[in-house]
Write a protein that binds this ligand. Sequence first.
Ligand code: ZN
Length: 374
Amino acid sequence: MLFPIALVVGVAAVLVLWLAHQRPPDTQVPARVRHTAMAAGWTFGAAVSAGLATWSVPALGALVGEPDGYPLPLVGALLMLLAYIHARVLFLDVGRWAYLWASRAPERHDRTWRMEAAAIGWGAVGFAGMGAIVFSAIPLGGTAFAFLLVPLAACLVPLYETWLSPWLQFWRARKLRDTPHAELDAWLAGLADDKRLPRFRVRVHEGQEKNAYATGGMFDHLVLVGGGLATGMTTSQLKAVLAHEVAHVIRRDIRKLLVAIVVGGACHATVLVHFVNPNLDHSTSMGFLLGMAYAGFAAPLAYIVLPGLVGRRLEYGADRLAAELLGGPEQMIDALDRLCELRAEPRDKKSLAHPTTDDRIDALRQLPPSQAPA
Ligand SMILES: [Zn+2]
């Protein structure tokens, strides 16, 4: 029954995407068309994912349901791999690519196909690995323990995404000295000596992504800079971006964010064990609904809102320290301005994990101008 529905919905979405694509290129795409294309893109992704699930889920069920059975880690790996392919690749990625094609916005597709392939490949490896780890833990405990697996899996994902995956994807990417901003290498080296910084490496993506971030790592910290910043910013602006990311490294912000995620996971586990599990055990429909409502309410609080609120505070702190490293807030303000320009984003755009650019610039302006580097 699901397949015909997915087929009809998918064909309808393709029609809408095709109509949106019929605009002449090089014209400003109106917001209405962009939103329609976005909705149609996600709908198309969901239809592809659901349609293929009618085949892949029973196939996996038949495979792991054999009487002799597979070892639990293998079942876990296959399950997580399937979930990853359906949720991340078929739904999110295919949906995003369809939207970008329909809205004729190649400038928004700022990742190269090689980057997309590396992200998907390492994501698949990582999720299969995490499935194997989580499922190996199943024989250790009873039902309450099984409820701990959800937050455990939810904590493993950010750990993998921040500590391992960026290294796997980008350790061979360009270094600063391979860009027009080679002089920043010497500045960073001097900074590292002066301030006895923790070890970190800088890598510059191919593609045109307009962001930068610092991540933890197994050995060193890794600062990743999108290719769009390397080409679109002056060396002085990029220096400010690097100062901000190095500030995250110095302040050990990545660890703080991971702690917030793990604390969120622990809170979620408590809710699942104390509220959801008992209610599901009573197996009344009211209790079931209540339990699911608790679980549904707690998950975004635990994994998105709490780390998001912590992340916001960390941004102000990193901006402040960056201004100190740069000897004054002016370069940082200029870089934030340029970032908005490159992304074609309004300065008051809100997001959960980042304060608005206006708020960050206001906070920077409160600092004394051009103080001597400490
Ligand atoms: Zn930051």
